[in-house]
Every structure is written in structure tokens, then in C-alpha cells.
Design a binder for this molecule. Sequence first.
Ligand code: XUL
Ligand code: CO
Length: 435
Amino acid sequence: MSTGFFDGITQVTFEGADSTNPMAFRHYNPDEVVMGKRMEDHLRFAVAWWHSFAWEGGDPFGGQTFERPWYPQDSMENARTKADVAFEMFQILGVPFYCWHDADIRPETGNFADNLATLNEITDYMADKQAATGVKCLWGTANMFSHRRWMAGAATNPDPDVFAFAAATVKSCIDATQKLGGENYVLWGGREGYETLLNTDLKQELDHLGRFLNMVVDYKHKIGFKGTILVEPKPQEPSKHQYDYDAATCIGFLRKYGLEGEVKLNLEQGHAILAGHSFEHEVAVAAAEGMFGSIDMNRNDYQSGWDTDQFPNNVPEVALAYYHILRAGGFETGGTNFDARLRRQSLDPGDLIAAHVGAMDICARGLKAAAAMLEDRGLEDALSERYAGWREPQAQAMLDSDLEEISRRVLDANTNPEPRSGKQEVLENYLNRFV
Ligand code: XUL
Ligand code: CO
């Protein structure tokens, strides 16, 4: 039975590039085959429960702007209505996956046992909805940043009772993710960082975080959870300094605590921008280390300097991200989660649908452009030519020699390298042909 929330809005379908219907796909055609795979299987879209259903339209200067039939979000009855509407939206859009935090899907009681009971109850309800609709869980996660108990961190909290509460919370969320057949489990440490070194033992906090993640991995194996454990880097906001600053920082951290074969990265476009990187940089860094897992797709406002979590709307940016994803072999258990929210003036149920339709189309255009560039091999050939010297046996042998031997060679051959163009503009023009 329909909730009536999306009254008048029907299933979104692919109408082709010339369509002017704002509620139709112009580029996302799930069955279209791109590089030997259906578009739906490449992109693996997911809706984020927190932005689309739990967030009420507040900002630092004002509260709720939206009015939804599942407000206030403090009862199980409203949690079920929220789930009913969520699954209706997944079907209208034809998205195969969704993602959630515990706090998005169940009411907060403040007490661990009651929160556990409602989490179990609502995830049973969601499991039935998955079975009825075929929509799946891409990942689950624990919200260990909103409630005041987490204000000084979760696994990095100076209070061991908060560490314990965090461990119990993550256990409950991994259990729930496993029950829902989730393909990954994510940890984003919004409060795993600090405000001031005046009150922070940075080394001890990092050691606790490393130990905590090892416990998560041990538990995953103990219960036979098949999903991938993912860590999501972000440099700051809400904490002033966050330990999971960017992909490179996370990779170093994971190696230090012996987790490199166990944990991969969930990379977010807007977090990359906050860290002063491009999104494709983050993807390429993770891919180079074999630690690329999944993406949170969104965009940040380039002028504001904070995490605005807007829906993506820039084809060249998205195309370059998918280029590096495809180059790394594409998603395995990961996918494209829209960690994006409406603007707070976008009050209408139709705005939620239109936002996702546009975002899915942008990603489809990016994916097709990325695939076309890979198939054309223009960038690959340019790379191959730029590094051609390294295919010479002498160059390879140099990597096995030492500074003295190399110095002798430079003197003997009177080596005097001639700089060559990096051809950046030529390559930017090349990219422009595809987007
Ligand atoms: C916050 C953020 C989170 C994580 C999951 O910036 O991206 O929503 O994706 O906790
Ligand atoms: Co995210």
C-alpha cells in the first residue's frame, strides 16, 4: 500500500538525451552495456537514508524547514513510515541499493539496550521490504558523532566508557548490516580527531583507534560477515583536526596498525575538496595502493569552504573520477552512494526525486565519457609515451643499482637530460572531446 507521499509521481524511466521531462533519465539507462557491463552494475547507485529521510532541513542558523509525515522522528511508528517512504522512493528511482546509520532508521532513546531493541526491530522491517522489492543494502554504519555522548570522540574518547559504548554500537550495526545482506560496512570518524592539543593525547588516541579497527575486523571474521570494511577519510568538520584526513593519511594509518589487507576506503567527492585534493586524486591514491573500495558522490560549493553535500552537477569532474575507478577495475563490493542533500528551500517530495534523477544522469554521463576515453586509449597512450624511457633495460637496471653506480654512469655518458612538454593543455582539450 502506497504512503501517498510521492502522490502523482510515477516510476522514472529512461527517455533519451532529447527528453525535456525533469522526471526522466536522459543518460542513465540501466540496461545499456558500457565496456561489457550493464550501466546499473557499473554504477551501483545507493540512496543515503540520513540526507533524504532523516535530515530535517536545518542549518547552523535555523532548524527544520521540511514537513514530513514521519516527523517527529522519535517513535517506532514514524520510523516505519519513514522506511515505507524510503522504499517507495528507491522503487520510483530504480536504485538498487541504499545506505544507513543506526540513528537514521530508529528513534534515539539514549539507552543502549533500548536503542538495540529498536534497531533490531526496524532492521527486521527493512529486511522484509528488501525481500519484497529486491532493493539491497550497500552499507550500514554507526552514527557516532551526533549524540552529545560522542562530543570528544568515539574510539578516541578519553573516557573508556565511551570507547565501550562505541564498541557495542559498532557490533550492533555490523550485526544489523549482516542481517540485511549489506555488501560493506563503513566507519567515518567525524569526532575521531580533536579540537585542541591542549587537552589531547594524540598518540594514545591513534593507538586506541588502531586497536578498535582491529577489533572490528576480528569481529567481522568471527561472525563470517562477507562485506568489505571501509574507512571514509575527511580532513575536518565536525572536528577541527580529523585523524582520517585523506586517502594517503588513512593508508598510512591502516598499514601502521596491520590492517592494509582488511580495510579499504570509501571516498567522498566533497571530503576530497575539503582536503585540498581533487576527487580523482583520492581515487587514484587508493587505487595505487589496492585500497579503493566505494564512493560517496556529491559536490561541495567551491567558494564556501565547508561540507555542503550537494548533489553532483559537474560532468568533467565526475568523468575523471569514474575514469580512475574504471581504470582500477571498477567497483567490487562498493558503489556510488549519493551522500547528498537537498537545499533547505527544496521542500517538495518531487525535489527529492528530481535531485536523484539529475545526479544519476550526471554519473551516467561521467561513466560513459570515462569508458569512451579508456576505450580510445588517448590518455593511456600519452602516459605510455611520457614514461617510455623507463621501458629501456638500462633504466630498469638503475632501480636495482645504487647512487655511486648511477653517478658513474652519468659521468661516463655525459648525461644531460632535455626537458619535454607535459602537454597538459593538449590533454585537457582531449578530455573536453568526451564530456
Ligand atoms: C559526513 C559523511 C558521513 C559518512 C557516513 O561528512 O560523509 O555521512 O558518509 O557516516
Ligand atoms: Co560520506
